[in-house]
Design a protein around this ligand. Structure first.
Ligand code: PPY
Length: 362
């Protein structure tokens, strides 16, 4: 990641990106940067969540938004949604007082509104239904994921977990000849809004679930509910398991950590789990099957857009998540095996083909 920005670094960042545009606004009142990276509107309005956190600098924040927006385009293309890809980043200068934070979210909402439907947004790391309620006060109707009480579909962690659970079963089919995770040891990194429901799905399916989280209360709460073995955060990457599920922040799978991994499958919900595209080759060479994040974490997006824009029932949302992920992942695993290429490369080829097909049809 880039931590400083010279003219050259900024130019390189923007030139090397294959997206459409990056909207950047400095919020004078708080000192925050608002960045909306619009990767593609080829299939429809660009959709993607709003990530709000402290970054080392503007370049790191922009780079994150741009990479995440690209993943959103792939996500929607692969699942066959008439939606483009974007991501918003609100790079905070530090912890803000509640009133200042709310005012910032209002100004962000006004910016989204001003774009007139070019982008739709929702929750991401650092934001949830409560923040979307505030953004929607000025950004509506382009804000998904408000709280249920305010007319939104609420937390999308459980539908995201359902998709990851499905992805794990497809990976098990591919590697072990049987979809069932029963008896398999699954290590979940991050027991938050996706990791916790994923642990529940896996426990019911008979898997041996191991979990880890920097927040000790999250671990304790889940431990009281499930038979969960707790792994200290420092040893997660060295712990033997069948399936490693990164469900916290991105970048955990990289040239330094891949040699340490002692798993057969990597399948989790975190966006951009690989730090660098070349990390996919390192996993492939080690014989570790990687279920691309932008395929198996699509459940949240399908739920948000499906419920709030398409009016789908919960059953329809679940069916679309399960069927969409299953068919896409089988195609990707088969192509990866047949052509000897990393699964992410096969997945990007599939996304590009679907994007190109839509382009010729329109
Ligand atoms: C994600 O899946 O990473 C998202 O950002 C979900 C999403 C999709 C569409 C609008 C808002 C958020």
């Amino acid at each position: 990641m880039v931590d400083f920005m010279t003219d050259e670094a900024l130019e390189t960042l923007l030139r090397n990106w294959d997206g459409e545009e990056v909207i950047t606004r400095f919020d004078t009142a708080t000192g925050a940067w608002i960045i909306i990276a619009i990767h593609s509107t080829r299939l429809g309005p660009a959709g993607g969540g709003t990530r709000m956190k402290v970054y080392p600098g503007l370049a790191a924040a922009m780079a994150d938004a741009m990479q995440l927006a690209q993943s959103m385009s792939y996500k929607f293309a692969i699942i066959g949604f008439p939606q483009g890809g974007s991501k918003s980043v609100i790079a905070l200068p530090g912890v803000l007082e509640p009133a200042a934070r709310a005012a910032l979210l209002h100004r962000y909402g006004a910016l989204v509104h001003q774009l007139g439907g070019l982008v739709v947004t929702g929750p991401d790391v650092g934001t949830g239904p409560a923040e979307m309620d505030i953004v929607a006060e000025t950004g509506s109707p382009y804000v998904f994921g408000r709280s249920v009480g305010s007319g939104g579909s609420g937390d999308s962690g459980t539908p995201t977990a359902l998709g990851v659970f499905q992805g794990i079963q497809v990976a098990c089919t591919h590697l072990f000849g049987n979809p069932s995770p029963a008896g398999k040891r699954v290590l979940i990194q991050g027991l938050g809004s996706v990791g916790a429901p994923l642990a529940r799905y896996l426990t019911v399916a008979g898997a041996e679930v191991l979990g880890s989280d920097v927040a000790e209360d999250a671990v304790r709460r889940l431990q009281a509910e499930l038979q969960l073995a707790v792994v200290p955060t420092e040893t997660v990457l060295d712990t033997p398991c069948d399936i490693f599920a990164p469900c916290a922040l991105g970048g955990v799978v990289n040239q330094h950590t891949i040699p340490r991994l002692r798993c057969r499958i990597v399948a989790g919900s975190a966006n951009n789990q690989l730090r660098d595209p070349a990390d996919a080759s390192l996993l492939h060479e080690r014989g570790i099957l990687y279920a691309p994040d932008f395929i198996i974490n699509v459940g949240g997006a399908v739920s948000l857009v499906g419920v709030e824009a398409m009016g789908w029932s919960p059953e329809e949302v679940e069916r679309r998540i399960v069927e969409g992920i299953t068919s896409a992942l089988h195609l990707v695993f088969e192509r990866s095996a047949a052509e000897g290429i990393p699964t992410t490369v096969a997945a990007k080829m599939l996304a590009d083909e679907r994007l190109a097909r839509e382009e010729t049809q329109s």
